[in-house]
Design a protein around this ligand. Structure first.
Ligand code: NAI
Length: 330
């Protein structure tokens, strides 16, 4: 089975080539191009493609992949909101993903963003490097005995709840399906109560029609003044223009984002002044209490190795005509 691996980075090559010897039936060719309608034709002669959160797996791309005889899309990530599942189904292209490679990797990064914002670590780091050892502008608050509001308590949200418990926080959660394993230390409440009572709010639900822009000016207004907002889930859960308005209203002690709405537009790969000038992400970065990282929540050694091995197991399930619990359908 031949797989074309799109948007291959050096760390992907390392983790996949380390895992591949256990799968002699599979051959992988890597390309640095990401999957989109312009690059889909590269898949000619392959059986499957391997794509990522940044890939454009829209109807146009799928039509070309179908013409090239592709029967399987291996998403090497948990989220699949960038795949047009209806069109994939129409062409009988199966889509598999890696649902829970290392929830702790993302949850630990969410807490890292929370702590960095709360204790102004980015500012402290730069000040000390410039020989300024004063404490002005660095005051934070204890997380101990404060309230964490966790929106979405699946694998990553549950890991975040456990981390917050370790900090001695009270934990409120909102989810359409409460997680039984958390019932001893997490209180499920309506979203309105979570917003109004939390000192730290962390987003861990998937991007869907029902969660698109769930953080907007109305929900921001319901939050406590001085709240810390963390988003490691998907950029479009937050309406960026409204977030900027909230920051201007001094609603937030800090905002930590690993994901942002413009992520897929390659805003920061094409650094033209014009693009940066109109970029809401660049506007966000101009605020001193905002910290943005570049979708690195998943980026740990353990997670990359788990991604490689589940992706190749998914490919084997397809090859052997087995069903896979990791398949996503319309
Ligand atoms: P999961 O599927 O285990 O959990 C998602 C939870 O959200 C479920 O409990 C579900 O019931 C809940 N949910 C669904 N709709 C909701 C709504 N309207 N309101 C509140 N909760 C709702 O997913 P997992 O593995 O915990 O991942 C969560 C998200 O994290 C993914 O969808 C993905 O967008 C993001 N992610 C980010 C990564 C990064 O590197 N920053 C890496 C991996 C995932």
């Amino acid at each position: 089975m031949k797989i074309l691996f799109y948007d291959a980075k050096s760390y992907d090559l390392e983790s996949f080539s380390g895992t591949l010897p256990g799968f002699p039936e599979i051959e992988i060719e890597y390309t640095k191009s990401d999957l989109d309608p312009r690059t889909a034709a590269l898949a000619d002669g392959f059986d499957a493609v391997c794509a990522f959160v940044s890939s454009d797996v829209s109807a146009r791309t799928l039509t070309i992949l179908h013409e090239k005889g592709i029967g399987l899309i291996l998403m090497r990530c948990a989220g699949y909101n960038n795949v047009d599942l209806d069109v994939a189904k129409k062409y009988d292209i199966r889509v598999m993903r890696v649902p829970g490679y290392s929830p702790e990797a993302v949850a630990e990064h969410a807490m890292a963003l929370c702590l960095a914002c709360n204790r102004r670590l980015y500012k402290a780091y730069n000040k000390v490097r410039e020989n300024d050892f004063s404490l002005s502008g660095l005051m934070g608050f204890n997380l101990h005995e404060k309230t964490a509001g966790i929106i979405g308590t699946g694998k990553i949200g549950a890991a975040m709840c456990r981390i917050c418990r370790g900090f001695g926080m009270k934990i409120l959660a909102y989810d359409v399906y409460p997680n039984e394993s958390l019932k001893d230390f997490v209180e499920y409440v309506p979203l309105e109560r979570l917003l109004s009572d939390s000192d730290v709010i962390s987003l861990h639900c998937p991007l869907m029609d029902s969660t698109y822009h769930m953080i907007n000016i109305d929900t921001i207004r319901q939050m406590k003044d001085g709240v810390i907002l963390v988003n490691t889930s998907r950029g479009a859960l937050v309406k960026t223009d409204d977030l900027i308005e909230g920051i201007r209203m001094h609603k937030f002690a800090g905002v930590g984002l690993d994901v942002y709405e413009e992520e897929t537009n390659n805003v920061f790969e094409d650094r033209s002044d014009e693009i940066l000038e109109h970029s809401t992400t660049a506007r966000l970065l101009s605020f001193p209490n905002v910290m943005i990282t570049s979708h690195q929540g998943f980026f740990t050694r353990e997670a990359l190795s788990a991604i490689a091995s589940t992706t190749l197991q998914n490919a084997m399930a397809f090859l052997q005509g087995r069903s896979s619990g990791n398949e996503v359908t319309a």
